[in-house]
Design a protein around this ligand. Structure first.
Ligand code: FAQ
Length: 208
């Protein structure tokens, strides 16, 4: 398991278009997001005894009951807070951004046991999730207007291992009117694991 510091950095590029200020949810939100990620990994990898399963069910149902009383519109939810690694969302692992230019991003990511497909490899469907987020950040970064993913083409070049430090990069290839073509790649050491090309279309007036 990686340590907390290695799970993310504050100031990641946009996950939500309108990020919340840092006080929403209080000071424990970053650790909660991290604990949920670790829970996903440990739960996936466990042969938990029935008594533990029963107790987990009891406690999770308690939280669900509490949370049902705090449901809010999208722009008020605490997931999306700007200062929390990965914006506190747990659909994809935290992207650690090491280099950021107006037209490109580079960094590291680590898929935990939660993302296991088979034989130590990351589930194939998790890779496009990563690329959509990564390429979308490049598309909507650099002061450019928001755009939506029109297509995302992923080539799986080599098995992507779980529990391994991976490197990624993504860059804007060209812009043609409302179209932005972005490419990215994912590497394990010297091995190219996957590469992707996405087309992002900037929104027209009135589109959201
Ligand atoms: C908005 C658009 C992508 C494009 O529709 P419109 O605005 O009506 O534009 P129009 O159709 O006129 O196309 C313009 C030009 O582009 C071309 N072209 C278009 N598509 C393709 C293609 N697949 N392949 C190739 N080319 C394609 C098209 O031929 C045309 O080319 P032309 O000028 O003749 O040379 C629409 O299809 C849509 O919403 N799709 C669902 C998107 C979605 O759910 N994504 C999933 C995630 S949501 C997200 O990212 C998060 C988010 C949410 C909110 C904000 C920000 C981020």
């Amino acid at each position: 398991m990686t340590d907390t510091l290695d799970r993310g950095v504050a100031g990641d590029p946009n996950w939500n278009l309108v990020p919340l200020p840092a006080d929403r949810g209080g000071p424990d939100l970053p650790r909660l997001a991290e604990a949920v990620r670790e829970f996903h990994d440990l739960m996936t990898g466990a042969d938990a005894p029935p008594e533990l399963v029963k107790e987990m069910l009891r406690q999770v149902e308690l939280f669900n009951t509490e949370l049902r009383g705090h449901q809010v519109p999208e722009h008020e939810q605490i997931v999306g807070r700007i200062d929390v690694p990965g914006r506190a969302q747990t659909l994809i692992p935290v992207l650690h951004i090491d280099s950021k230019e107006p037209d490109s991003l580079g960094g590291r990511v680590r898929f935990g046991r939660y993302y296991l497909g088979r034989n130590g490899a990351v589930y194939g469907g998790a890779i496009p999730l990563l690329f959509d987020s990564l390429l979308g950040r490049v598309s909507n970064g650099g002061g450019r207007n928001p755009a939506r993913t029109a297509y995302l083409h992923v080539d799986y070049r080599s098995v992507t291992p779980i529990d391994a430090d991976l490197r990624f990069e993504a860059h804007l290839v060209r812009e043609e009117g409302r179209k932005r073509f972005i490419k990215g790649s994912l590497h394990h050491g010297d091995t190219l694991c996957a590469e992707a090309e996405g087309l992002f279309i900037t929104l027209r007036a009135g589109q959201r």
